[in-house]
Design a protein around this ligand. Structure first.
Ligand code: XMP
Length: 479
């Protein structure tokens, strides 16, 4: 009956509607552990960067993985471009480099110098018939009498090598004992199988919490259309996770297509976006996925709710999806996506049951997002656009035949966001804010946040009171 819809009306709470209540605590913010899991992938920082073409390409994915989070490469490009981004992330750091650039003993010093310059590397193993016979460094090249000398005349012949089962700690010790920057890896028969560089060992130490795969390379995820099995298969060797990128996953055609991906592609899948208990329940019971991307229409660039009158605000949707996850005792991760501007919204999302948050707006203004900053009225900005905005749609439809519109409306906008400098600083501040929130609630980790947090309703008058009020902020007085 129509009136029942009103009599039993649901409250679709949004981040701005509620606050977290402080609880008795024994937890100092510095002790909070924010680590989380997406299937087998562990993250020290429970953040994913949105697959949007003004947020996540290789540079962002590398930077966030170094911070312990995970980048999801956008798909508003050809599959080759998306694969190249994934490869760039995988090449950015690896403990043992496998595709080593080498020279032969009879190459000229000039040729070695040219390779070093072009590839921006400082030393090359010298290989004859697959076996390591020496190493030539920038210094050897620099001090060579002339470029026509051959490599074997200037190379170092007594090379210190290691076997493939070396650990990063052992490699570091050997490098500092012998003061060397390159450590060739050879097998039992003296064949070169890899190279360890001081730079990569150093990166590991300066980013101990980075998100890495079994080979020590940074992890990366990629967005796909659920209908694009071909793209998913092409990405399979290069990515750690696939994330469906569809506004309404709870659709029979979408779910069938996604099921095929889970059956035919050997990479874990995150499904979304969804906004209801029923959607979460159906995915958990029908599909083999490691995560749910949850929230419809809360995004800072979204017009879906305004245009269609349909929305599942992220906080509400997260609580509903988490309910289903709990009911089925599932370990599928709930990812709060849309409207998470900073740690306050993230803390509320965790309190409602999220395991991670996905950020668009919060990362779009950083140095590592695609595109250069613009100066408008003396201030720096970067462009940020919804993937359903007219300009993003016009590009996607040109490139991706699977994304032909089944609807003829734009569901996003394009705009400017303030430039915020490097993403490492932004994530550091985000994490500090989040840990402070956990401290107030008395939660030492995400599991405790879900259990202990108490949520209270705030009126719009109250919302003004808990923000700075009545005082004109100092920066408004500066030029
Ligand atoms: P924030 O608030 O972090 O939200 O900027 C990012 C999320 O918004 C979604 N998204 C869209 N939603 N129209 C929409 O309705 C769009 O054009 C659009 N583009 C992105 C997406 O889930 C993203 O992670």
């Amino acid at each position: 009956m129509p009136w029942d819809k009103f009599a039993n009306i649901e409250m679709a709470f949004t981040f701005g509607d509620v606050i977290l209540l402080p609880g008795k605590t024994q937890v100092e913010p510095s002790e909070v552990d924010l680590s989380t899991r997406l299937g087998e992938i562990g993250l020290h920082v429970p953040i994913l960067s949105s697959p949007m073409d003004t947020v996540t390409e290789a540079e962002m994915a590398i930077a966030v993985a170094r911070m312990g989070a995970l980048g999801v490469l956008h798909r508003n490009c050809t599959v080759e471009e998306q694969v190249n981004m994934a490869k760039a992330v995988k090449r950015a750091e690896s403990f043992i480099i496998r595709d080593v650039v080498t020279v032969t003993p009879d190459d000229t010093v000039e040729a070695a110098r040219a390779i070093m310059k072009e590839m921006n590397i400082s030393g090359l193993p010298v290989v004859a018939e697959g076996r390591l016979v020496g190493i030539i460094t920038r210094r050897d090249v620099y001090f060579a009498e002339d470029g026509n000398q051959v490599v074997k005349e200037v190379m170092t012949k007594d090379v210190i090598t290691v076997s493939p089962d070396i650990t990063p700690q052992e490699a570091r010790k050997i490098m500092s004992r012998y003061k060397i920057e390159k450590l060739p890896v050879v097998d039992d028969s003296g064949r070169l199988v890899g190279l360890i560089t001081a730079k990569d060992v150093f990166y590991r130490e300066s980013h101990p919490f980075a998100t890495r795969d079994e080979e020590g390379r940074l992890r990366v995820a990629a967005a796909i259309s659920p209908f694009d099995l071909e793209r998913a298969k092409t990405l399979e060797p290069y990515v750690d996770l696939l994330v469906t990128d569809v506004a309404h996953f709870h659709n029979e055609n979408v779910m069938r297509a996604a099921k095929r991906i889970t059956e035919e592609v050997n990479v874990p899948l995150v499904a979304g976006n969804i906004g209801t208990y029923e959607a979460a329940e159906e995915i958990i019971t029908r599909l083999d996925v490691v995560g749910l991307r949850v929230g419809i229409a809360s995004g800072s660039i979204c017009t879906t709710g305004e245009v269609t009158g349909v929305a599942a605000p992220t906080l509400f949707a997260v609580a509903k999806a988490s309910e289903a996850v709990a009911k089925y005792g599932s370990d599928v991760a709930v990812i709060a996506d849309g409207g998470v501007r900073g740690p306050a919204e993230a803390a509320k999302a965790f309190a409602a049951g999220a395991d991670a948050v996905m950020l668009g707006f919060a990362l779009a203004g950083t140095k590592e997002s695609p595109g250069s900053p613009l100066i408008v009225g003396g201030k720096m900005y970067k462009v940020y656009r919804g993937m359903g905005s007219p300009s993003a749609r016009s590009k996607r439809f040109a490139l991706d035949r699977y994304s032909k519109p089944s609807k003829d409306i734009a569901e996003g906008i394009e705009g400017l966001v303030p430039y915020r400098g490097d993403v490492a600083t932004v994530i550091d501040k985000f994490v500090a804010g989040l840990k402070a929130a956990f401290g107030y609630v008395g939660a030492a980790n995400i599991g405790e946040m879900k259990e202990r947090a108490r949520i209270a309703l705030l009126s719009s008058v109250g919302a003004r009171e808990i923000a700075p009020h009545d005082v004109k902020p100092m920066e408004k007085f500066s030029a």
